[in-house]
Unconditional design. Structure first.
Length: 301
């Protein structure tokens, strides 16, 4: 039974990444990605009253903790912005293969800032992830091999944002409990949306989208957030039923799931998204997936 809950994470996150890609292609193909973040901020804003009522003592935290947790939300949204910028012009499977580098950066930050120990398997696993990510960052064009510079730069910035946000959240979620940290992180995310709307050009795009497709955009973003949340909760429940190493091994298959979903979408639902399924690209992605998944599994043991 635990295996089903553990696999719910990768499946949910892979589906969410393809939904992100669909929204970008459908509504933000050539426009500002920052506007799409406003919808994420709205979902977070709607969560605040429920958390405030459900969890007492949220406003009793010290001011420094609140400010830092709000900053964590801002960092997360900043990372998400660059992740979406990378996803806007690149295949979901490629972006997914670059994402696990954030896990390695998280290990490194935890080592230097939180004093956590890095074992040999984490170092070797990290090396495999980096090799797989480097392979994914190469574009095969005829006989030439080109570096996906734009995508790699955007994902590198995104990874730093995610890693710093996760580091702060981890520290305060332990020190001040999970839900207060979640509440103030959502406040930071909502504030990010306010900053985006402060720019007239972004505000005009947002108003235009709201007038043309309000139900579709809000519903799709809400469903996407619920899919992400469902995957996270299922994974946490799997941790109650099975050893950490086994659950981490299963959840590390997220890039594989994204690759698999990309193939299915391209074949059966090409209007929703397309992946390059040429023989060379499939071999390249397959090798990169194997290296990244193996590296994450090894690093998590």
């Amino acid at each position: 039974m635990w295996l089903l809950y553990a696999f719910a994470g990768p499946v949910s996150w892979a589906a969410s990444e393809h939904i992100d890609k669909y929204l970008l292609v459908k509504y933000f193909k050539h426009g500002s990605v920052a506007v799409s973040m406003v919808f994420t901020a709205i979902i977070g804003l709607l969560m605040l009253p429920f958390i405030a009522v459900w969890v007492p003592g949220i406003f009793g935290l010290n001011l420094v903790a609140i400010v830092v947790m709000v900053a964590s939300g801002l960092m997360y949204m900043g990372g998400m912005l660059f992740y979406l910028m990378a996803l806007q012009s690149e295949e979901a499977s490629i972006v997914s293969l670059l994402s696990p580098v954030g896990t390695i950066l998280g290990f490194t930050l935890a080592f230097f800032i939180l004093g956590e120990h890095l074992a040999a398997n984490q170092i070797v696993g990290g090396a495999l992830v980096m090799i797989g990510a480097f392979l994914a960052s190469l574009r095969l064009v005829g006989r030439r091999v080109r570096f996906r510079r734009r995508t790699t730069i955007f994902m590198s910035v995104a990874i730093v944002g995610f890693a710093l946000s996760s580091l702060i959240f981890k520290y305060f979620a332990v020190a001040d409990s999970f839900w207060p940290a979640t509440f103030w992180t959502y406040v930071g995310e909502a504030f990010f949306g306010v900053v985006v709307l402060a720019f007239r050009s972004e505000r005009n795009i947002f108003i235009k989208l709201i007038h043309s497709n309000p139900k579709v955009l809000l519903t799709t973003n809400a469903v996407n957030e619920l899919i992400n949340l469902g995957g996270s909760l299922a994974t946490r429940y799997a941790l109650v039923l099975a050893p950490l190493a086994l659950v981490q091994a299963v959840t590390s298959t997220t890039p594989l799931m994204v690759f698999f979903f990309g193939i299915l979408v391209t074949i059966f639902l090409p209007k929703l998204g397309r992946e390059n399924l040429s023989k060379r690209n499939i071999i390249q992605k397959s090798v990169a997936v194997i290296l990244v998944v193996a590296g994450v599994i090894l690093a998590g043991r």
